[in-house]
Ligand binder design. Structure first.
Ligand code: ATP
Ligand code: MG
Length: 406
C-alpha cells in the first residue's frame, strides 16, 4: 500500500478534546473518525486492525467447535416483552416503524437466538450446540466516552451455548474461558479473570479485565485465593472467604461470560426431549467479547508518548517502509528500485508493507508518522544506506535498530 494513496493521512495535530490515548492516537493516525458521541467510522487503516482482531477471535471460536451465524440488528418487540427486558434494559434503543409498532435495535441477542434455536433443536441428539456471531451492537449509553472503549454502536463477538444439563455447561464455560486467554495472548494483551455479579440467573459471572490506568472498572485481588473481584462485589474490603483484598486497580472490561442457565429458555419455552422421554429446559451460556473495545484496549496497553505500538498479530501492516528522497533524481530512482526489491522480498514472506513513497516530506515528519501509526517494523532506505547497499530497520517496540544487506 502506498502511503501517498492512503485515505486519510495521519494528522499533524492530536485532536483537542481526546480524553484517552486510544481516542487521541486512533483519531490522529487516521484509524477511526468520530461521527457523534460514541459512534465511529472505521477508516481503511483502522479496519485492517479491527479485521485482524475479529479474525483471531473467529479462529479461536472455530477451534472451540462453535459455528458462526449472523443475526439481525432489528429485533421484534414481542421477544423483548417476553423476557421482560423491553422496559428493563436501560440502554435499549426503541425504533418507531412507519408501518406501525416498535422495534428493538439489538444491544445483545438472547432475544433472537433463543427462539431461533427453539425452531430447530428438539432432541438430546441436537445438543450440545454453540453458535456465535461478530456483529454491531447498539446501546444508548448515557456516557459514551474514552474513544472506542464505550460506544453507542460497537462491535461484539457473542457466543451462545446450549446444553442438556448444568454439568455440561460448566465444562464448556471453562473451555471458553481458556479460549479467551489464548485470544488475549494473540492480541498482545494481558487480561485477568475477575468475578463479577451474575445477574438474576447465577451468583457470579466472569469478566476479563485488562489492567490499565485508563480503565473504567476497579478490580481487587485476593492473594490467598488468587482471585480477582470486580468492585461491585466487594464489601468491607474482604473476599468471599473473608480474606483481606489488595489493590483497587483500574481495568478495562473486554469480555464477560455468563451462565444463563434457564433464564431465557424458560421465557421462550426452549426445551428438548431427553433420552428418558422427558421434556427438559435447555441450559444456556453466553459469552461476550468487545471487538472494537479490544482495539481501544490494545492501544491503551501498547503506546508511548509518540503513538501506538501494535502487537504483531493485529498490526495493520507488518512493516513500514520509509523512503528518504533527496534532490538527485538518479539517486531517487535507485531508492525507488531498492524499495521495490524490499516490498517483493517482504511479500515472499507474506508480510504486507505500508510504503511511505512521498517526495518533499522531511525525514522527521515521516518518522513522526511512523511512530504514531505504530507498525512493528520500520525499514528505512536513503542515499546513505544505499551507497553501502544496506537498509536500516527499527523496531517500534524496543527502538532497536540494525543495518541489513539489501
Ligand atoms: P459495561 O459494563 O462496560 O457497560 P457490559 O457488562 O454491559 O459492559 P456485556 O453486555 O457483558 O457488557 O457485553 C460484552 C462485552 O461487550 C463487554 O465485555 C465489552 O467488551 C463490550 N461492550 C459492552 N458495552 C460496550 C460499549 N458500550 N462499547 C464498546 N464495547 C462494549
Ligand atoms: Mg459485562
Amino acid at each position: 500500500m502506498l502511503y501517498s494513496q492512503l485515505f486519510p493521512k495521519a494528522s499533524k495535530q492530536a485532536p483537542k478534546d481526546a480524553e484517552s490515548a486510544n481516542a487521541k492516537f486512533l483519531t490522529q493516525g487516521g484509524f477511526v473518525h468520530q461521527e457523534m458521541a460514541g459512534v465511529y467510522s472505521w477508516l481503511p487503516l483502522g479496519l485492517r486492525v479491527l479485521r485482524n482482531v475479529e479474525n483471531i477471535v473467529r479462529e479461536e471460536m472455530n477451534a472451540l467447535g462453535a459455528q458462526e451465524l449472523l443475526m439481525p440488528a432489528l429485533q421484534p418487540k414481542e421477544n423483548w416483552i417476553k423476557t421482560k427486558r423491553w422496559e428493563g434494559f436501560e440502554v435499549l434503543y426503541k425504533l418507531q416503524s412507519k408501518i406501525g409498532g416498535e422495534i428493538a435495535l439489538g444491544p445483545t441477542h438472547e432475544e433472537i437466538i433463543t427462539p431461533l434455536v427453539g425452531a430447530y433443536v428438539k432432541s438430546y441428539n441436537d445438543l450440545p450446540l454453540a453458535l456465535f456471531q461478530i456483529q454491531n451492537k447498539y446501546r444508548d449509553e448515557l456516557r459514551a466516552k474514552s474513544g472506542v472503549l464505550r460506544g453507542r454502536e460497537f462491535g461484539m463477538k457473542d457466543l451462545y451455548s446450549f446444553h442438556k444439563d448444568e454439568a455440561d455447561l460448566e465444562k464448556y464455560y471453562e473451555k471458553v474461558a481458556a479460549s479467551y486467554s489464548k485470544i488475549f495472548k494473540r492480541l498482545g494483551l494481558e487480561a485477568v479473570r475477575a468475578r463479577a455479579t451474575g445477574g438474576a440467573f447465577s451468583k457470579f459471572s466472569d469478566e476479563f479485565q485488562v489492567l490499565t490506568e485508563s480503565g473504567e472498572d476497579t478490580i481487587y485481588h485476593c492473594d490467598k485465593c488468587k482471585v480477582y473481584y470486580n468492585e461491585e462485589l466487594v464489601k468491607n474490603n474482604k473476599c468471599t472467604e473473608g480474606h483481606k483484598l489488595e489493590g483497587g486497580q483500574k481495568a478495562i472490561e473486554v469480555g464477560n461470560i455468563f451462565k444463563l442457565k434457564t433464564k431465557f429458555s424458560e421465557a421462550f419455552g426452549l426445551k428438548f426431549l431427553d433420552k428418558d422421554g422427558k421434556e427438559k429446559p435447555i441450559i444456556m451460556g453466553c459469552y461476550g467479547l468487545g471487538t472494537t473495545r479490544l482495539v481501544g484496549a490494545i492501544v491503551e496497553a501498547n503506546h508511548d508518548d509518540r503513538g501506538i505500538i501494535w502487537p504483531t498479530e493485529v498490526a495493520p501492516f507488518a512493516s513500514h517502509l520509509v523512503a528518504l528522497f533527496g534532490k538527485d533524481a538518479a539517486m531517487n530512482k535507485k531508492i525507488f528500485a531498492a524499495c521495490d526489491v524490499v516490498i517483493a522480498s517482504e511479500a515472499k514472506q507474506s508480510r504486507e508493507v505500508l510504503f511511505d513513497d512521498r517526495a518533499d516530506v522531511s525525514a522527521g515528519e515521516k518518522f513522526a508518522v511512523s511512530d504514531l501509526l505504530g507498525i512493528p517494523e520500520r525499514i528505512i532506505i536513503s542515499e546513505k544506506t544505499l551507497t553501502q547497499n544496506l537498509i536500516e530497520t527499527k523496531e517500534r517496540k524496543t527502538g532497536k535498530t540494525a543495518m541489513k544487506k539489501l
